[in-house]
Design a protein around this ligand. Structure first.
Ligand code: ADP
Length: 138
């Protein structure tokens, strides 16, 4: 059984769309293994978005991601990583097809509703980044 790490971003939380987003994951057969609401810190964001720290828009991402608490989820299921990325659509919400989460609910490149792990390897790293072992029920 594969697992993946999701963050319902501040835009999702402020628009009260977490239920809608989770519903789409659940309808696709994914299950919630763990969940928590947390406020992201500079240190966590620098680690999580280390591939973007040299981009001109990095400070804006940090401001956005800290603008409200996020909902972190561990979802499990067959091919969970690819299944969730397909449901989300591409990074830029304006280019995401209707019927995808970002296409239907996102607004821009940055304000795109949710983060999802992009590989099985990164999913395992990200699960450990956001959840302690004792926060994941056996
Ligand atoms: P994804 O979240 O689809 O895996 P990336 O890892 O490339 O995409 O980027 C991480 C996040 O940084 C995106 O989800 C988005 O919020 C923000 N981002 C990426 N590219 C841009 C951009 N060109 N302008 C503004 N924000 C961006």
């Amino acid at each position: 059984m594969e697992r993946t790490l999701i963050l319902c971003k501040p835009d999702c939380m402020q628009k009260n769309l977490a239920g809608e987003v989770i519903g789409r994951f659940q309808k696709a057969g994914l299950r919630i293994q763990a969940a928590k609401v947390l406020r992201l810190t500079d240190a966590l964001l620098a680690e999580h978005y280390s591939h973007l720290t040299d981009k001109p828009f990095f400070p804006e991402i940090v401001t956005f991601m800290k603008s409200a608490p996020v909902l972190a989820l561990i979802l499990t299921g067959d091919n969970a990583v690819v299944t969730v990325r397909d449901l989300l659509g591409p990074t830029d919400s304006r280019k995401a097809a209707k019927g995808t989460i970002r296409g239907d609910l996102g607004e821009t490149n940055m304000h795109n509703i949710a983060h999802a792990s992009d590989s099985v390897e990164n999913a395992e790293i990200e699960v450990k980044r956001f959840f302690r072992a004792d926060e994941i029920p056996a």
